[in-house]
Write a protein that binds this ligand. Structure first.
Ligand SMILES: Nc1ncnc2c1ncn2[C@@H]1O[C@H](COP(=O)(O)OP(=O)(O)OP(=O)(O)O)[C@@H](O)[C@H]1O
Ligand SMILES: Nc1ncnc2c1ncn2[C@@H]1O[C@H](COP(=O)(O)OP(=O)(O)OP(=O)(O)O)[C@@H](O)[C@H]1O
Ligand SMILES: [Mg+2]
Ligand SMILES: [Mg+2]
Lengths: 260, 260
């Protein structure tokens, strides 16, 4: 049974790509066959694994142009290996930025990714979808395809306000889809030395008690080091502070304590 | 003569909103009449000044729905004051996320903001436009309206790759507009203690020598403090490290050393 998780937040730079990549790295260490899906037209995750979103001829863009009958064949033609054995990538391309304009009004384009991923359920155990920082058709596709949503949030005032707004939008989307969508909020880039971060964490705990992960991702400069080497921190340096926090987060997600 | 600058980068969380807000704060300290324009449907800058992008009835969204003849009247009806005397805001609303889908294919919607701002040239001396982390019709509007573009970039590997891609896109856009578009790249969230940041800064200097600002914005936790109080750091604590760096940046932009 293919497990599909998406990582999303309309706020930019909160650690969405870092979260998807590092959860995937740890899943590979646990012998899972993992697929990363880059739904961000800016292609941060694709660039993380040394592919160029500007020049790639085959990407998720092709899935939106294809007739449904060829979906399995097209999906397999765009799959790429990564620097990590057992970790594959469905890359993004900058052309995806036009999808909202081209297809926005058309019906039935909200399930393209879900259908494409289900053609791969014999090849992979786990899928992680990285979302763009915007609520458009690409994010809607990711939300329709996943059964669990991970929401990284920075521990600071504006980020909590942004989360409140995201929750409003999410509730609207969840109502329009068939079936439940569970979610887990995770505090990222936590700097325990600043008062503002401690206060925000306390506020997160009060506002979202049942949905907030116990695991907190600390600020760790090794994440940037890992991205400059094209490796998840969880596979490059499994004992780094940041990596250990993602191992804790994965344990919680696998126990799915947040199942309400 | 109204001076219009835009702050943009497709990468999320690099300090676009922080840059726009703090340059504006310093301009107000120099007795300029300043207008901030929030083109991001997520509305971080609008939330920064305690307005709610979810519930605001009047926002930039109305400008895209209005016939051109009413543009001056509509623009004035959506103007809001902020916590800082002399600083006004054209707010964003979450409804703006639909603009790409609604108007994307229509011609002539690329100049809405430029036209709206020129109706206000007797009220303001300076305009700063905050862009969303996505290249859509909202960003295209901001690029068409401004005469100078500020590009905040984090000093890390992936951000430099992202900037390269952004430059490709920018060159395409600049060719299609009438007249020059000057730009300044500014290194943000610089942490001089990490090797990766020093290497990336050096790379930025080599790749973009004439366009890179001398001023470097350091990591400063006071920025988050300021955002939790709804004040620019440059007006709340003008002597803070981060604020002084934006004062230096403003001096460079005003001398427009980057004019090529
Ligand atoms: N816990 C952390 N500690 C320190 N740096 C981090 C941490 N998590 C992420 N980063 C760094 O912060 C930057 C932003 O992270 P990332 O790109 O994952 O965010 P994002 O939400 O995916 O951004 P976007 O909105 O552009 O998609 C990157 O440079 C990354 O290396
Ligand atoms: N120089 C700095 N030092 C420390 N923190 C900073 C600095 N600049 C910005 N920040 C913090 O980093 C976070 C991201 O900044 P900001 O929201 O300005 O980025 P952005 O590029 O506008 O993001 P988005 O892509 O969502 O629009 C905020 O919490 C902000 O307070
Ligand atoms: Mg990302
Ligand atoms: Mg912003």
């Amino acid at each position: 049974m293919l497990k599909i998780w998406a990582v999303a937040n309309q706020k930019g730079g909160v650690g969405k790509t870092t979260t998807a990549v590092n959860l995937a790295g740890q899943l590979v260490r646990e012998q899972q066959r993992v697929l990363l899906v880059d739904m961000d037209p800016h292609g941060s995750m694709t660039a993380y694994f040394r592919q160029d979103p500007d020049t790639l001829e085959k990407s998720i863009y092709q899935l939106f142009q294809a007739p449904a009958v060829n979906l399995k064949q097209i999906t397999e033609s765009i799959l790429l290996p990564t620097s990590v054995n057992g970790l594959s990538l469905l890359p993004a391309s900058t052309a995806m930025v036009t999808i909202d304009r081209q297809l926005g009004a058309q019906k039935g384009k909200g399930l393209v990714i879900k259908q494409a991923l289900h053609t791969q359920s014999d090849r992979f155990d786990h899928v992680l979808i990285d979302c763009p920082p915007l609520l458009g058709i690409l994010m809607v596709n990711a939300l329709a395809a996943c059964e669990h949503l991970v929401l990284p949030v920075q521990t600071e005032y504006l980020a909590l306000k942004g989360l409140e707004r995201m929750m409003h939008t999410l509730e609207m989307i969840i109502k329009s889809r068939k079936g439940q969508l569970d979610y887990t909020i995770v505090a990222t880039m936590f700097d325990r030395r600043t008062r503002a971060a401690l206060d925000s964490l306390e506020m997160l705990r009060q506002l979202y008690r049942d949905y907030l992960a116990e695991a907190i991702i600390p600020i760790d400069t090794q994440f940037r080091e890992a991205s400059s080497r094209g490796q998840p921190l969880t596979t490059m340096q499994p004992k780094a502070r940041g990596a250990l926090a993602y191992v804790d987060l994965l344990k919680e997600l696998q126990q799915n304590k947040q199942n309400h």
